[in-house]
Design a protein around this ligand. Structure first.
Ligand code: SF4
Ligand code: SF4
Length: 148
């Protein structure tokens, strides 16, 4: 006859105070560290050098070649007629940019033969109006001049 013997081990008893103390020590360690958060918008974090967002346009330098529109991978740029005198832009067409679809890939900046369109560190473009598209004139304005 085979006898089956099952040995039941006593569960290890943990002392609850050790867990509480280690939690408190963790809190104390972090209490005197510099916080990783900042009080935005009063305080602003330093942006990485390669950060980029808001696109600007120098209207006088744009020759209306449409290269930026053609190279944009998601159709975020559309050429618009702007009634302004510019001997370098006889067709009087300039790019607008839809920031709702722009992926900040920088293709437009790289292809532009006159450096008229370029990306910057500006990122505070929140608005209440029902469009993310900046007209060519708005692309030439500072952010606080653009109608929100
Ligand atoms: S912004 Fe540059 S690439 Fe775009 S139409 Fe003007 S000149 Fe051409
Ligand atoms: S950054 Fe890229 S996605 Fe945005 S408008 Fe320029 S080409 Fe288009």
């Amino acid at each position: 006859m085979v006898r089956l013997v099952i040995e039941v081990k006593e569960p290890r008893r943990s002392i609850p105070i050790i867990g509480s103390l280690s939690g408190m020590m963790l809190v104390m360690r972090h209490l005197f560290r510099k916080p990783v958060t900042v009080q935005y918008p009063e305080e602003k974090s330093k942006l990485p050098d390669r950060f980029r967002f808001r696109i600007f346009l120098k209207l006088d330098d744009c020759v209306g070649c449409t290269l930026c529109e053609q190279v944009c991978p998601n159709g975020s740029i559309t050429m618009q007629h702007v009634d302004r005198e510019n001997p370098r832009n006889k067709r009087m067409i300039y790019p607008d940019v839809n920031f709702g679809t722009c992926t900040v890939c920088r293709n437009c900046e790289e292809i532009c033969p006159t450096d008229a369109i370029y990306l910057t560190h500006v990122f505070e473009t929140s608005r209440t109006r029902n469009s993310f598209t900046y007209s060519p004139e708005e692309l030439a304005m500072q952010e606080d001049e653009v109608k929100k």
